[in-house]
Design a protein around this ligand. Sequence first.
Ligand code: GAF
Length: 417
Amino acid sequence: MNPSATPVAQSASSQSLRRSAEIRKLFRDLYGGDCRLFRAPGRINLIGEHTDYNDGFVMPAAIDLHCCVAVAPTANRAVEVYSTNFNESRSFDLDQPQPRGDWSDYVQGVAIMLEKSGYHFPGAKMLISSEVPMGSGLSSSAALEVAAGVALLDTQDTPCDRVQLAHICRRAENEFVGARCGIMDQFVSCNGRAGNLLMLDCRSLEHSFLPVPEDARLVICNTMVKHAIAGGEYNIRRAQCDEGVRLLSCVVPGLSALRDLSPEDLEQFHELLPSTIYKRCRHVVGENQRVLAAAAALEEQDLQRLGKLMAASHQSLRDDYEVSCPELDLMVELANVVEGVYGARMTGGGFGGCTVNVIASDAVPEFASKIASAYEARTGIVPEIHVSASPLNSNSRFHQRSVALLRSASNDHAQIV
Ligand code: GAF
């Protein structure tokens, strides 16, 4: 993260070259020999929270914080993996998958799900180094899964496209790690485009890119309160949504997910739902509408309207979905009174982590210093403030090789470095 809140665009490429050189050296020191290096980004979600697993709409963006994975093939069907973040090594046998309940499950899960999808690996040595803060709602796990997936794919010859890789990484998290997440995080880590928000229909996977307005910045404020989505509350919310669908499907024809429920049907039949289930459904139904309205507001460059939708989203997540926490609420409250702020809300699964803020570019330095000192004064916690390099950050330098690797044709984010 960038605690000083200085925009990082100007120095991003030299920083990433230095980082690549350091990782290659670490790999040589640890394993001997050369490696190839890949990376995938974390994400923010501007709006559309807890809608992905309800077949709904989301609007995330890849961020300029990445997980890097260095890899070299071996021939023994074993994967050795070292994490610089945990300063730990793990190894696993591709023929005898065994979850261990730690960070290496994300790597093992992706390897196993790739093999189940028809890819075959000789074995590999890997080194992981992530700058996406863990447990912060910026999807460090999807960044790790996707970077590991791209790295592993490089050790074999069968092509994989980006949508397929997103599905496989999600499957790893659902079936191997045990978190019942939706597709949003893996999809944007595979397909995000620099400087753009990704408008995604999580049912059809149709998507389009919406540019971040040139005179606005996305600013991430980390409350430093850690969350864990593998923890029970996330899966409980999912089960509550499923229960809402089950209870209403006998009266609403064609209802297979909350995506299909209109606000009118929800109100008409709300007495069929226990009050908690009703509130969960109300959040999802309203949030889907807010995402569509936010896309229209962005197209019209109406940032005031966007800000109102973000405020309504936060309120609904706090009161109806009950996934916020006092620190997130405070961070949003503090942001809302700073000049130049269009909108602020929690981002990601909740129970801690980060807020996303849309701010007039010229108000960013003052925002960063004001919010950091106000949050520290109220909580005693020093927050991290990260200003996205959007809308100008471009990684096209690496573009050709990553396209060749994944046989994909977009200006992408998961890439070789
Ligand atoms: C987490 C999950 F991984 C996503 O799939 C999504 O549900 C999100 O929480 C909430 O919108 O990041």
